[in-house]
Structure formats: C-alpha cells, structure tokens
Design a protein around this ligand. Structure first.
Ligand SMILES: C[S@@+](CC[C@H](N)C(=O)[O-])C[C@H]1O[C@@H](n2cnc3c(N)ncnc32)[C@H](O)[C@@H]1O
Length: 276
C-alpha cells in the first residue's frame, strides 16, 4: 500500500484526522511524508491500526507512539511518566542561560522529580561538563529516566529520593536545584486526557498545590552550595505564593518570575548569593 492510500484508508475506516496518522507514522515507524511513494507492508499496517485504536480510546498520542520530542531530543515515554511539556523546554532554556552566566566549572545540578529525565538529561546534553543527578520518588519513573539516559548516551547519577530526603542523607551539595514538581490541586479542572492517563503522583501537589514547593524551599539550603541557583516550573496562578515561600526561606535573595510564550507566569528563579 502507498503512503497516501494508507492515510486515506485509515482516515475513512477509523474516522481519524490525517495529522494524527502522519504523526504515528513519523514518530513510531520513522516513515515521513516525503516517502509518499514508499510501500507500507501488512505488518506496519496492523501495528498502525492497533495504535489508531488506542488513540481513539483516548490515550495521548505521545504514549501511543512511545516517545516525544523535547528540546530536539527523543524521550521514551509511557504511562509511567508525565509527558514533558513545551513550557518545560522554556525552563530548560533559561536555566541553561543562567548556568552559563553564573557558574564556571565543576558545576553540579540536581533535577528533583525527574520523571522521564527530560529536564536534567537535556541540560546534561546542552552542557556536557555538568554533573547531573536525577531523583524521583517513583521507581517506575526512575526506570524511564535510566532508559532515556542510556538512549541519549548520557552519564548521570540516578537514585530514589522523597524530594530531598535521600540527598540530605548523602550529604551531597549542588550548584543548581531544578524541579518541575507536581503542582495541581485536586479541585483544579484539568483535561480528561491528562487525568485519565498521566500518573497522578506526577500531577497533584496537595490541597493547595504548594506542598512540594514548601518542602523544596524548606530543605534547599541543606543541599545547596554557598552560591546557588534554584529553578522551578510553577503553575500559572502560583507566582505570589511561590514568592512568599521564597521570602520566608531565602529572605532578601533576588528572584525572578518568567513568563512562558503564552504570557503566563510559569518559571521561578532564585539567585542565592550569586551577585549581579
Ligand atoms: C510534574 S512531574 C515532572 C516530570 C518531569 N520532571 C518533567 O518536567 O516532565 C513531577 C514528578 O515528581 C515526582 N514526584 C512526586 N512526588 C515526589 C516526591 N515526594 N519526591 C520526589 N519526586 C516526586 C513524580 O513521580 C513526577 O515524576
């Protein structure tokens, strides 16, 4: 069967838009539109139909194809981990700029609640000299971040920790603490596709959504060097609360809230003894 014939057939038989079918073909099978004259055999067809059915049943397309592009790298994802989001690429982008601005060598970074490893592994790829540690409370997420580290050929430390507990026990000290912790409240309206498919441990941050930020701010000084950067992804309505927490635990420290491309307050940076 030819590429376009296949698209038309699946589109008609399964009432699915051609973009989704093209996405599966490209991201799962590596078959792109420019190969429009390529023949597609029965095996590919059968796997494709199975994936189309999962998509129609409401699974996110990234889980269906089993990977997602994040900052130009392919990350394996499935139900064990949150699907890395575009906003998080922005967090990575600014953090990279700040690391280059404030730190010189032997730089260590910890990504807390690493999930797929998207944040920490991308920064390791961007700044190869970084010493990167990935931690998560979920063993399944750690399995996934190890898979991604291996696929990307990156050497990082990975271990299980309930927020910073294990890191404190190990007496490790870092220049950079970065995290995109769970920050939704239980009553927050979120899309069904997210609620039904993504791990709830990756989504909810206690009654007010701030539980994990509180823990991070409370314990951060125990794992940070004398001069350090904290970089956090935050919920769009949480900036004021995060600033209050920062003032409570890091009184007088300069900080910055950054907006994402949609103009929402989505990133928080704290500059601990970093000067100008
Ligand atoms: C919003 S997801 C972020 C995943 C990934 N860092 C990203 O940006 O795509 C939050 C992550 O925090 C982890 N997590 C939840 N509770 C935790 C805890 N108490 N200690 C460490 N990690 C936790 C979840 O397993 C999940 O992987």
């Amino acid at each position: 069967m030819k590429y376009q014939e296949l698209i038309d057939r699946v589109k008609n038989e399964y009432d699915l838009d051609s973009k989704s079918i093209e996405y599966i073909l490209e991201y799962y099978f590596n078959i792109k539109g420019e190969l429009e004259y390529a023949s597609i055999d029965n095996e590919v067809f059968n796997i494709l139909i199975n994936k189309v059915k999962r998509l129609k049943a409401g699974e996110p397309i990234q889980y269906v194809v089993g990977n997602v592009d994040f900052y130009g790298n392919k990350f394996t994802v499935d139900k064990r981990v949150l699907i890395p989001r575009f906003e998080t690429e922005e967090l990575v982008h600014y953090t990279k700029e700040y690391i280059n601005k404030y730190f010189k060598e032997n730089i260590s970074l910890i990504d807390v609640g690493t999930g797929s490893g998207a944040i920490g592994l991308t920064l390791k790829k961007e700044i190869p000299s970084l010493n990167v540690t990935l931690v998560d409370i979920s063993t399944e997420a750690l399995e996934m971040s190890s898979i991604n580290a291996k696929n990307l050929g990156l050497k990082v430390n990975i271990y299980k920790s309930d927020m910073l507990k294990e890191t404190i026990k190990r007496k490790e000290k870092y220049d950079v603490l970065i995290s995109n912790p769970p920050y939704l409240t239980k009553i927050e309206e979120i899309m069904d596709i997210v609620k039904k498919n993504e791990p709830s441990i990756a989504l909810y941050g206690g009654n007010d959504g701030l539980k994990y930020y509180r823990l991070l701010f409370r314990d951060a000084k125990l794992i940070l060097k004398d001069k350090a950067l904290i970089a956090l992804e935050i919920g769009a309505t949480q900036a004021d609360d995060i600033i209050k927490l920062a003032n409570k635990y890091f009184e007088g420290c300069p900080y910055e809230i950054k907006k994402d491309l949609e103009g929402r307050d989505r990133m928080f940076f704290l500059f601990y003894n970093l000067g100008d």
